[in-house]
Design a binder for this molecule. Structure first.
Ligand code: SF4
Length: 605
């Protein structure tokens, strides 16, 4: 008896057929769940050199072994080859969809093929149906949720869907969940749109088994107690992620005007206090999460009065606020809600808009858009989602747009490996720069966040790190990446991790599944997965030259904050990359050495 089903659903939209499968025991042994199993399935079913929207490409939804249990703050993931980066991508989301999939009897869902016309997938325990979605096509995510709710009124029905941006295969379209949660990064919504798949609804009436039900109850109680007095958890609950805005601003890390600067005079307007005053009215939580980091809001007055939806997370507040020089709380909230409704990743959308503003200023792009002008920014977002006019070009992301318009636009195209950078400027925190360079899915802060150790006053294994030094940073980063990739097999929420020790997660895993892992085994598991995704990316054509930072970070010193004056020299980049490859047991081109793969017992499917 265990919270694993080892039962996966495969739906082929081309033939309209479905079947189920189990993973070989040795695969579960080696990859556990979540990211590990998703990476394995992607390697098994995806040709890394296929065209981004080839119907044969799979879209995979995976859960973790604790998803659906009362273990606190567990989530789910969408795994696919990103049309934006052409790399392995894992995009995590909260809500209730993954939990319901487990109650329906599945640990994951593999979708291949392409429907002949718009459809949605209905999973009702063991019954699977592909339904016509003509009445949903063209609706935004909020409207789609409302229409489906009318047809599936019982609360147990959970859903994911795409907006107009996903339908038109905008390469940074999200998969919206429930709503209020998104698998945001890398363009999963575009993959779904290419399959003519507008939504998935799922309901399950099954119960999860547990290896040791009494032990599990006790472990959950202990975990909740552990979280209760944790200062990070309290902060996420009371202020949500935008509470980080003032700190990022003071540290010179808050992207401003397309990452030209690291602090913003109106930063206060984007933080939790301003949003609370003008907007918030209640907390929302994912399944079995005591943190409830997200807030719902309604604008009571001003030119956007009546707008209602999610408040701005830190990343959205920064990328649609300071990075666009939008210093009014209402204006940034309006842009965030527009992204949510159109089904756009707020991080990439903010980076694409700021790139467009700068390109227009430099005479490289013709578009009616300006920094700080909410109306023109909103109009361009609509054009991107509709692939209208210059929006069609920008819908390809900043890397492709810069290559198309030329004129040195790559200098201010703020991405790594095609993924637009999130809202933490890396100048002044070199390990964060290396984290962007080496993250398996491209410029991403969630595969490791070494800012904590470089500027946040935290220690790693009892050791402090000098902020600007490069010494030991590659080792630090690889260890943090391994840890997080290990935890991503359980799909623990990024924020829950701040309040629970890794040992607590392993204790929960043991009583839920009977599987006992040591801490060393967890980190080794993460290292194995990191090498598996590396092999996938190399087959997809990744080169060492792409593991670099945008030229702006190398040529313009950071103008703000305690690390003002810092920039990455070419020698810094070379040193960080070479150190990292050596720590990982990769050759000078970033290819895992045979002995590294053998030691990690990696068999590429
Ligand atoms: S901390 Fe926030 S994102 Fe994470 S599981 Fe809880 S409510 Fe969801």
């Amino acid at each position: 008896m265990t919270s694993y089903h080892n039962h996966y659903l495969h739906v082929d939209l081309s033939s309209g057929t479905w079947s189920t499968f189990a993973l070989p025991e040795d695969v579960l042994e080696r990859y556990v769940g979540g990211k590990g199993v998703g990476a394995y399935l992607l390697a098994l079913h995806q040709d890394p050199r296929a065209e981004p929207f080839d119907p044969a490409n799979p879209l995979i939804f995976v859960t973790g072994p604790l998803t659906g249990t009362q273990a606190p703050s567990m989530r789910s993931a969408a795994i696919f080859q990103s049309p934006l980066t052409c790399l392995f991508t894992d995009s995590y989301f909260g809500g209730f969809f993954g939990q319901e999939l487990k109650y329906a009897g599945y640990d994951g869902l593999l979708i291949t093929g392409q429907a002949a016309r718009p459809c949605y997938l209905e999973i009702n325990d063991g019954r699977v149906a592909i339904q016509d979605a003509a009445h949903l096509w063209g609706l935004d995510t909020y409207q789609t949720y409302e229409r489906l709710r009318a047809d599936y009124p019982e609360r147990e029905w959970r859903l994911v869907c795409i907006g107009p941006a996903g339908e038109r295969q905008v390469k940074f379209a999200v998969i919206d969940c429930d709503p209020h949660r998104q698998a945001g990064r890398g363009g999963g919504g575009a993959v779904m749109g290419a399959k003519n798949l507008k939504a998935i609804v799922v309901r399950g009436t099954g119960k999860l088994s547990l290896a040791d039900p009494q032990g599990f109850k006790e472990r959950v109680r202990a975990a909740l107690h552990e979280m209760k007095d944790n200062s990070y958890i309290k902060g996420f609950h009371s202020g949500g992620t935008p509470a980080s805005i003032p700190w990022a601003d003071a540290e010179g890390l808050l992207p401003t005007r397309n990452f030209q600067r690291g602090s913003f005079p109106q930063a206060e307007q984007l933080g939790d206090a301003a949003q609370r005053e003008r907007y918030w009215y209640r907390d929302i939580a994912c399944a079995a999460c005591p943190i409830a980091c997200s807030k719902l809001g309604r604008l009571q007055e001003g030119r956007f009065a009546g707008l209602e939806g999610d408040t701005l997370e830190y990343e959205s507040a920064a990328m649609l606020g300071s990075n666009l020089e939008v210093g009014q709380t209402d204006g940034a909230i309006y842009l965030g809600l527009l992204c949510d409704k159109l089904g756009l990743d707020t991080i990439s959308a903010g980076a694409v808009l700021s790139f467009a503003c700068e390109a227009v200023e430099k005479g490289l792009l013709k578009a009616d858009v300006r920094f700080g002008d909410v109306e023109s920014l909103a109009a361009l977002l609509q054009d991107i989602a509709a692939r209208r006019g210059v929006g069609d070009l920008l819908a390809e992301g900043v890397r492709a747009t810069a290559a198309e318009i030329g004129g040195g636009a790559d200098y201010f195209a703020m991405h790594v490996k095609g993924l637009e950078l999130p809202a933490w400027g890396p100048r002044g925190v070199p390990a964060m720069g290396l984290a962007y360079m080496t993250a398996d899915r491209g410029g991403c802060h969630q595969r490791a966040f070494p800012i904590l150790y470089e500027a946040g006053g935290e220690t790693w294994k009892g050791q402090s790190y000098e902020r600007l030094s490069l010494e030991g940073k590659a080792q630090l980063l690889a260890e943090v990446q391994n840890r997080l990739a290990g935890l991503d097999t359980l799909i623990t929420c990024d924020f829950g991790r701040y309040g629970l020790s890794d040992q607590t997660y392993l204790d929960l895993l043991a009583v839920a599944t009977g599987r006992r892992l040591s801490l060393d085994e967890l980190y080794r598991l993460g290292e194995r997965i990191w090498n598996l995704t590396r092999l996938f990316n190399l087959q997809a054509g990744l080169t060492r030259e792409e593991e670099d930072l945008p030229r702006r970070f190398k040529e313009e010193p950071l103008p703000d904050g305690p690390a003002a004056g810092h920039r990455f020299t070419e020698a810094d980049i070379e040193r960080l990359r070479a150190d990292y490859y050596a720590v990982r047991g990769w050759d000078e081109n970033g290819v895992p050495k045979p002995e590294t793969l053998a030691a990690l017992e990696i068999k590429y499917p």
